[in-house]
Design a protein around this ligand. Structure first.
Ligand code: SAM
Length: 256
């Protein structure tokens, strides 16, 4: 857990979450974290005073890690953690609707990205918010096809070849094939930690190993949801584009 948690990461994650939402707290809101991973962002929502938090993930290890962060927060009764699949419609229906549905870097890893977007969107209460981040086909370099091939090979490789591919990745993309650029690499490592509170090597392994994997065209996502959701904010230019949508139904009490 130490890998994912520090009090610094905890407070960075909370302020990054609130800053994208344009809010000072999550008071009056409930928070559904789809694909909670380490659980850091569920913890951030709890720290930001969400009334209720529910975290689920497909991967049992992620459920366990999120559970440990919940323990660390004092095992609050208004935060639940369990195993669940965003593609399992019956499971989702039982969860009801939420004023803030959050799914960062998840829906493109399900093997059925558009169905996963649809299912996540279906959990948003009328007038509620949907905050998702998806790998963008608009900024990825080299091409999306290049990365899909690399990822396929990484996932088929044994442990030794995986380490070699991680070194190749750092050499080519971290250092830009120039050993003199190590100060820039150190800056990247530092910025990652400051950004969403994540570690550089965890990000490298998540990036190479994340499979299945799809890329989304930013505009296609906006168009797909536009009849039911207005786009509040979008942040592009990084591997993942972040989208904040508001459901077009009647506004809940806690609207910003
Ligand atoms: C790259 S991690 C992102 C974790 C976290 N949201 C974050 O921002 O750090 C992707 C997560 O999605 C989860 N995931 C993949 N497919 C899923 C599915 N069908 N249902 C729920 N979670 C899923 C994985 O287990 C993993 O924890």
């Amino acid at each position: 857990m130490e890998k994912h948690y520090s009090s610094e990461r905890r407070s960075v994650a909370a302020s990054k979450l609130l800053s994208f939402l344009g809010r000072e707290s999550l008071e009056g809101m409930d928070f559904l974290d789809i694909g909670s991973g380490s659980g850091l962002h569920s913890l951030a929502a709890f720290d930001a005073k969400a009334e209720r938090v529910h975290s689920f993930d497909f991967d049992p290890l992620s459920v366990k890690t999120t559970g440990k962060l919940r323990q660390l927060a004092g095992a609050p009764l208004n935060w639940t953690v369990e195993r669940g699949d965003v593609l399992d419609f019956d499971y989702l229906e039982k969860l009801g609707t939420w004023s803030l549905v959050y799914s960062w870097g998840v829906l493109h890893h399900t093997g059925a990205m558009w169905q996963a977007i649809e299912n996540a969107a279906g959990r948003v209460a009328p007038g509620g918010l949907l905050f998702i981040a998806l790998y963008s086909s608009n900024v990825v370099k080299p091409s999306a096809q290049f990365w899909l091939d690399v990822k396929r090979r990484y996932n088929a490789a044994d442990a030794r070849h995986r380490r070699l591919m991680e070194c190749w990745y750092i050499w080519r993309f971290g250092l830009g094939r120039n050993p003199l650029r190590w100060p820039l690499l150190l800056k990247q490592i530092y910025d990652k930690k400051k950004g969403r509170g994540m570690s550089y090597m965890t990000d490298v392994r998540d990036w190479l190993g994340g499979w299945p994997m799809e890329f989304a065209d930013d505009q296609a996502v906006v168009s797909y949801l536009k009849d039911r959701f207005e786009l509040v904010r979008m942040s592009t230019g990084e591997a993942c584009t972040e989208f904040l949508f508001r459901e077009r139904g009647s506004p809940p009490a806690a609207r910003n």
